[in-house]
Design a protein around this ligand. Structure first.
Ligand SMILES: Nc1ncnc2c1ncn2[C@@H]1O[C@H](COP(=O)(O)OP(=O)(O)OP(=O)(O)O)[C@@H](O)[C@H]1O
Ligand SMILES: [Mg+2]
Length: 258
């Protein structure tokens, strides 16, 4: 990989006595769609919020496009976009107004932003709905409008926390295609998800968290190749890897590094 676009170095975050994330180190390069996996409470959202500059790390460093996020948070934020797991939209704005507001916040040229914004709304199937109030949008439409607003800014780093939740099959296909296109355009996409078949389909690489620690980093093929055949003699899947690394739901997990 050439110089990484996103570098995490010993990232950690503690809430009271509990470590949510510990010693997370990884280098992500332009062109990669990286799946961020792990059971509930493994530390994915906490990590993503630290990268997005919304949570201060207890320890460690984040370098984004050669910018130290702790030292230059505003510069870093200009280069990234973050879509939270619970998409919030201002209900009294229309899609067009929201995009205009965001363009203003980030100092985008009005004309360019308007053109790009309408292009993104059309890409996400919202053409014809741009002047409707967001309060009247369905859950999936809210997710799409936030993605459109994010991509209008042409981020180098796109952080998406569980983008597939609540999307219909068309929405999922669209989001998968768009994430691929964003990475192919020279950005890096970090996507947390529990939808493992989506990961197998679109992710070049996966980072697996278990109890706050990174327990695997590699392509699905690399990681599953290290596993023994399944009980029925079949090739191990990403799901087998996930369960092995992070424990089944009725056992306490003791993740070992792969
Ligand atoms: N604001 C907070 N205060 C206290 N503890 C927190 C806070 N936010 C997260 N945690 C704790 O940090 C740990 C990691 O939570 P996090 O939300 O990062 O998990 P996750 O991997 O995103 O899980 P999920 O798959 O359920 O979204 C959990 O133990 C959680 O209770
Ligand atoms: Mg989460």
């Amino acid at each position: 990989m050439s110089a990484p676009l996103l570098e995490l170095d010993g990232l950690a975050r503690r809430f009271g006595a509990r470590w949510a994330v510990q010693g997370l180190s990884a280098r992500l390069g332009a062109g990669e769609v990286v799946g961020f996996l792990g059971p509930n409470g493994a530390g994915k959202t906490t990590s993503i919020k630290m990268i997005a500059g919304l949570l201060v790390p207890t320890a460690g460093r984040i370098v984004l496009d050669d910018i130290d996020v702790a030292k230059h948070p505003e510069e870093a934020k200009r280069r990234l976009a973050y879509i939270p797991d619970r998409p919030y939209v201002p209900e009294r704005l229309s899609a067009r107004e929201l995009l205009g507001y965001i363009a203003g916040l980030y100092g985008l040229d009005d004309g360019v932003a308007g053109e790009r914004g309408m292009h993104e709304l059309a890409r996400f199937g919202l053409k014809g709905r741009e002047d409707d109030l967001l309060g009247t949008y369905s859950h999936g439409m809210r997710q799409r409008v936030l993605l459109a607003a994010a991509l209008m800014r042409a981020p180098r780093v796109l952080l998406v926390d569980e983008p597939m939740v609540g999307l219909d099959p068309q929405g999922m296909r669209l989001v998968k295609r768009v994430l691929r296109e964003v990475a192919d355009g020279g950005a890096v996409v970090l996507m947390s998800t529990h939808t493992l078949d989506v990961v197998e389909e679109v992710c070049d690489r996966v980072l697996v968290m278990g109890q706050g620690r990174l327990v695997a980093d590699g392509t699905v093929a690399e990681l599953t190749a290290r596993l023994p055949p399944t009980a029925d003699g079949g090739a191990p899947t990403l799901e087998d890897l996930f369960i092995l690394l992070t424990g089944s739901s009725d056992e306490v997990s003791d993740p070992g590094a792969v």
